[in-house]
Design a protein around this ligand. Structure first.
Ligand code: ADP
Length: 626
């Protein structure tokens, strides 16, 4: 082979080798690249896993920290609950609540307030760290006051103020000055709401620097607030129960005292009446002149006591209906003074009356308003040592008439003033010192005044300094002088002689009524057994029959029906005589055919009035008594 040829072959071989070499190099490179890619992918995965792992580790640490914090909080709350539940002293309980709040909120000061429903304000009841000045300055906080609690009370939700200096609602207020003086810069107030949503108080925490409480702090204070609300609610329920129990014991004591006083006061008039009777029986006739007025007085006193008692009982049961009419104030006062003057004069008191210059008209039950005023006058006379001063001053103020009964007497201790109008309350209730009363008069006066849309109040500077009782009543719009509707001048009229049948199983009652009527010039017939009444009536032909209601064998209602059914007695005027005078009793006697209802014990005036009505009903004439 020629050299050139060989060279050519060698070149070709070399080229082929190079080509082969090249091919194998690029395959290698490719493999390297592939491997590199694989490796970097693996590395990325590892990196990602590492990051995940690191994240998980961080999360674990955070969760652990959080768990530790929550465990710590739970321990704290548990400790607080245990501390609160163990505490039964209310004052200490509130103090511990404040301590717990300041601990949880990491605050410098704290306070707890009780919500006073009657005043609608918050009252400070326990504090921590606040100065005495601050405590007295914020003793009461009304809704909307420039404090966090005032605003929280208004909104009934939490109020947080991180810096008082930049809180618009407080700028320029005295509260801001007080906060500065107390060293308070930030505060939060959380309302204490019961499960039913009732506000019972407020927990406030304060910081000396600007401060924004964290979410965790607020979560915890909410838990404490809920507990505090429950405890306050439970405590006030327990307090109310205790208060009730005390009231019951007190009421029981009052009842015993009252019964003793009642027995004493009812016995008192009985002794002179009994003595008077003995004098009438065995004494000289002229002595009757002296003992009768005395017996009458004592009887009147006794009837008055019993009437008062019955009145309060009826009023309490809503059984008293006012007989309102247009009445002149001066007439009411005259009537009251007429009743009370004997007592005032007997004690030698100086007594003055000042009335408004113009006529004043009331839409009132004359008897009842006179009863209020005479109760006040009687008390002034009783509780003022002899020779004292009593004044009655009536004036019109706005749409009201204000009647003041002013005395220079023994006065009323301040502690008794709020209770004086309660039933059976006497400043000195001992039977020996009760001045012939039962502690009923003022309760009665107050209730009667309220029934007239008025009021009675008392003021007294205290021991031996006298007392002022003030009655207020609305006046009628027109106060011009108009004559009374019935045109009567109030003087009792005298009836003509009448034939009167009295039916009562109580012989004494029947006999005395008969004597009284005979004294008035009438002709009477007495029947004490109801079944015999019909025959007696037919024989006697009475113009009037007075029938007791509660009688054995035949009661007054049935007897009335029988008499009414008898044509010969059709025009007889029937008067019921009963111990029961409520509206339902009157209605029953009306249903039975009675024309009039008298409540025992009847007075001469009652009888005269009833007879007059009967004459009017029968179309007879009336003559005024001079
Ligand atoms: P009573 O006079 O029958 O005891 P009241 O209800 O009228 O009952 O009065 C209650 C109590 O109030 C009296 O027992 C008395 O202690 C006191 N009181 C009433 N009026 C006066 C007064 N003008 N001055 C001082 N105390 C009074």
């Amino acid at each position: 082979m020629r050299t050139a040829q060989r060279i050519e072959i060698l070149k070709t071989m070399d080229t082929r080798h190079t080509e082969h070499q090249d091919r194998s190099d690029s395959a290698l490179q490719q493999r390297v690249d592939e491997r590199t890619a694989e490796l970097s992918q693996a590395l990325a995965v590892v990196e990602a896993q590492k990051r995940e792992l690191e994240h998980a580790l961080r999360m674990r640490d955070e969760i652990q920290l959080q768990l530790e914090a929550e465990l710590e909080d739970a321990r704290l709350l548990h400790g607080i609950s245990a501390m609160l539940v163990d505490e039964h002293n209310v004052g200490e309980l509130f103090q511990k609540l404040v301590d717990a709040a300041t601990l949880i909120m990491r605050s410098d000061f704290g306070s707890i307030q009780r919500y006073d429903e009657a005043r609608g304000e918050l009252q400070l009841i326990a504090t921590r760290g606040l100065s005495d000045e601050a405590v007295s300055y914020w003793q009461w906080v009304h809704p909307g006051r420039a404090t966090t609690c005032g605003h929280a009370l208004l909104k009934s939700q939490r109020v947080v103020v991180p810096d008082f200096e930049s809180w618009n609602d407080i700028s320029g207020s005295d509260d801001l000055i007080a906060f500065r003086a107390a060293g308070v810069r930030a505060a939060q107030s959380t309302p204490l709401l019961t499960r039913s949503g009732r506000l019972v108080g407020m927990i406030t925490t304060h910081w000396t620097r600007s401060h924004e409480p964290q979410e965790r702090d607020l979560r915890l204070i909410d838990i404490v607030a809920r507990q505090a609300a429950d405890l306050i609610e439970r405590n006030s329920a327990a307090e109310a129960l205790q208060h009730h129990a005390r009231k019951l014991v007190e009421a029981d004591r009052y009842k015993d005292e009252f019964l003793a006083t009642l027995a004493h006061e009812l016995r008192n008039p009985l002794a002179p009446i009994r003595n008077g009777l003995a004098v009438l029986k065995i004494g000289k006739p002229e002595q009757a002149q002296r003992v009768l007025p005395m017996m009458e007085r004592q009887l009147h006193h006794m009837v008055h006591l019993i009437d008062d008692l019955l009145d309060v009982s009826r009023i309490s049961r809503g059984m008293v209906n006012l007989k309102r009419a247009r009445v002149q104030l001066s007439a009411v006062i005259d009537s009251a003074v007429e009743t009370s003057r004997p007592l005032i004069s007997a004690a030698n008191h100086r007594f003055t009356i000042t009335l408004p210059g113009t006529a004043v008209w009331l839409n009132a039950d004359m008897t009842r308003v006179a009863q209020i005023i005479s109760n006040l006058l009687n008390n002034a006379a009783k509780y003022t040592p002899p020779g004292g001063d009593i004044e009655l001053v009536a004036e019109v103020i706005g749409g009201e008439v204000v009647v003041r009964v002013i005395d220079s007497g023994i006065g009323i201790p301040a502690a008794m003033l709020p209770r004086i109008f309660e039933l059976f309350t006497q400043v000195d209730g001992s039977a020996e010192r009760s001045k012939g009363g039962l502690g009923v008069g003022l309760a009665l006066a107050k209730r009667l005044a309220e029934m007239h849309d008025g009021s009675v109040d008392v003021e007294s500077p205290g021991d031996k300094a006298g007392a002022v009782f003030t009655l207020r009543l609305p006046i009628m719009a027109s106060t011009t002088n108009v004559a009374d509707d019935d045109g009567s001048d109030g003087a009792p009229a005298k009836a003509r002689a009448l034939r009167i049948l009295i039916v009562d199983d109580n012989e004494d009652a029947a006999e005395t009524l008969s004597l009284l009527l005979q004294e008035l010039g009438h002709v009477t017939s007495v029947v004490t057994e109801a079944p015999k009444a019909m025959a007696a009536a037919l024989a006697f032909q009475p113009e009037i029959a007075v029938l007791d209601l509660g009688m054995p064998h035949l009661n007054g209602f049935d007897l009335a029906r029988q008499l009414r059914a008898e044509p010969a007695l059709r025009n007889t005027y029937l008067i019921a005589l009963s111990g029961w005078g409520m509206e339902e009793d009157r209605a029953r006697s009306r249903d039975a055919g009675m024309d009039h209802h008298l409540t025992k014990p009847v007075t001469l005036r009652d009888v005269e009035d009833a007879l007059l009505k009967s004459i009017v009903a029968m179309g007879g004439g009336i003559s005024k008594r001079s």
